[in-house]
Design a protein around this ligand. Structure first.
Ligand SMILES: Cc1cc2nc3c(=O)[nH]c(=O)nc-3n(C[C@H](O)[C@H](O)[C@H](O)COP(=O)(O)OP(=O)(O)OC[C@H]3O[C@@H](n4cnc5c(N)ncnc54)[C@H](O)[C@@H]3O)c2cc1C
Length: 423
């Protein structure tokens, strides 16, 4: 693509870059762009936005590429690689200013050096700040603190006409509301001021296993209401005999000599033998790192991931989860598959673009599967199942989290291959 742009970074049309930009963690959708800009500064971001607007091209920002349905791809347009814009500019006890390409692991490391932490972390920390602020960013602390998008103080955004604007609840609030959970389609976040809170040094994790789903839901409803834990999640686990069990996962953060009061924390929950583990706060926040390293080494990390993330209303959660999981066996989950299920009070989620069900408590259901790399039929079956579950969830008042940019969850039947016209 010939150009005369004054760029500090590299505008590339190399085969390797186009293939890279047409791939994401999901490995389900593959759209090749016309070019990739490896941005080296915010001036690059503005220059390419202006160029694209003049030539009627789409620009789509991309950071870690952990999308699962092509959200960071630009069919026939320009993919803007933001990974090099990852400087931590400033840290104080209650605020950090960071470039949007920084990963949350870099953010947490920098914050902990000042005895602070972001209040809400995703389960996995190698996602970018811009990437999660463009979808919402939910985790075990969301039941108390909302989404990551609810904990951002100010954003520097380059709008599609190439203008740099600072926005916040007080300054250009419309832009602030459009870019948070806006999937990069209303501007590129180049810098974020993030809220920080005092960090604990340790986390005590409690795991309670229930045979029946209603017991897990009863425990979660109680805990989401009295908020006695700092972190609240849960899982459905597929056992070797093909049945499902249900795992409550909750954590209390502390700094010795203070110690958690186990009796108080577990009082009134449906009976189950608790498994209790103490770790440092950093090890707790970064708990997926070892599993991910293993999955990378043995292969599944590089396989297709037809993930399905739904937000369900409290009054339909049991029916949707039961129906969805009744069709999932070991093959349908994949070797490294995982099902997350946890509650969030609706009033904690205040990001306008994050569409959530209307009940006071909502549940995140995430069916996170891995398909074999060499079986399009299996992948197709998983995607069809996702579509059926999404249809049921929506009919029941649910919404899709991490939707495709066309508004669906990407579960519509067949993988989207490279289109000849995109080449
Ligand atoms: C292993 C794994 C664990 C996960 N865990 C969680 C979790 O616990 N909670 C949760 O909420 N989500 C989770 N996710 C989903 C994740 O938050 C989203 O996929 C997120 O968008 C990924 O960030 P990324 O840097 O990879 O973004 P990319 O995939 O690069 O981009 C994602 C979207 O953000 C846009 N975007 C990226 N950077 C910018 C920017 N600077 N400005 C504007 N738009 C931008 C892109 O255009 C695209 O629409 C997980 C995903 C994976 C693969």
């Amino acid at each position: 693509m010939p150009h005369s742009l004054p760029l500090e970074g590299v505008l590339s049309t190399s085969e390797a870059d186009l293939v890279w930009a047409a791939q994401d963690f999901g490995r389900v959708v593959h759209h090749r762009p016309l070019a990739v800009l490896h941005a080296a500064s915010r001036h690059d971001v503005a220059a390419v936005q202006r160029f694209a607007q003049t030539h009627d091209l789409t620009v789509v920002p991309r950071a870690q590429g952990h999308s699962t349905h092509g959200q960071a791809q630009a069919p026939g347009g320009i993919v803007l690689n933001l990974n090099h814009l990852d400087t931590v500019h400033h840290v104080s006890p209650d605020r950090m200013v960071v470039d949007a390409g920084a990963t949350w692991s870099k953010v947490v490391t920098a914050a902990l050096a000042h005895g602070a932490t972001p209040p809400v972390l995703t389960d996995y920390l190698e996602l970018s700040v811009g990437g999660t602020l463009s979808v919402g960013g939910l985790g075990g602390a969301s039941h108390r603190r909302g989404a990551q998008t609810d904990n951002v103080l100010e954003l520097d955004v380059i709008t599609p006409d190439g203008t740099l604007r600072t926005c916040s609840p007080a300054l250009h609030p419309d832009l602030f509301d459009a870019v948070r959970a806006g999937y990069g389609r209303h501007g590129v976040i180049v810098q974020a001021a993030l809220r920080l809170v005092p960090a604990p040094t340790h986390a005590r994790t409690y795991r309670l296993r229930y045979r029946h789903l209603p017991d897990l839901l009863a425990a979660q409803r109680r805990l989401v209401t009295d908020q006695r834990f700092d972190y609240l999640e849960g899982q459905a686990k597929l056992e070797d005999d093909g049945t499902w069990t249900h795992l409550l996962e909750a954590a209390h953060f502390f700094t010795p000599p203070a110690q958690p009061d186990d009796t108080r924390l577990l009082a009134g929950l449906p009976t189950a033998e608790p498994e209790i583990t103490d770790t440092t706060y950093w090890d707790f926040a970064n708990r997926l790192a070892d599993d991910v390293a293993l999955l990378r080494r043995i292969g599944p990390w590089q396989h297709p991931h037809p993930w399905n993330n739904l937000l369900l209303p409290d009054n339909a959660v049991e029916e949707v989860v039961t129906t969805a999981l009744s069709e999932v066996d070991r093959e349908g989950l994949g070797d490294s598959g995982l099902v997350l299920l946890y509650p969030i009070p609706r009033d904690r989620l205040r990001t306008p673009q994050l569409h959530v069900p209307s009940t006071p408590i909502i549940f995140l259901l995430a069916v996170l599967r891995t398909a074999p790399p060499d079986s399009p039929a299996t992948l197709g079956r998983m995607l069809e199942h996702n579509q059926r579950t999404q249809d049921l969830a929506i009919t029941s008042g649910g919404t899709i989290y991490l939707r495709s940019v066309d508004g669906t969850g990407g579960g519509n039947g067949t993988p989207v291959a490279d289109r000849a016209g995109d080449r």
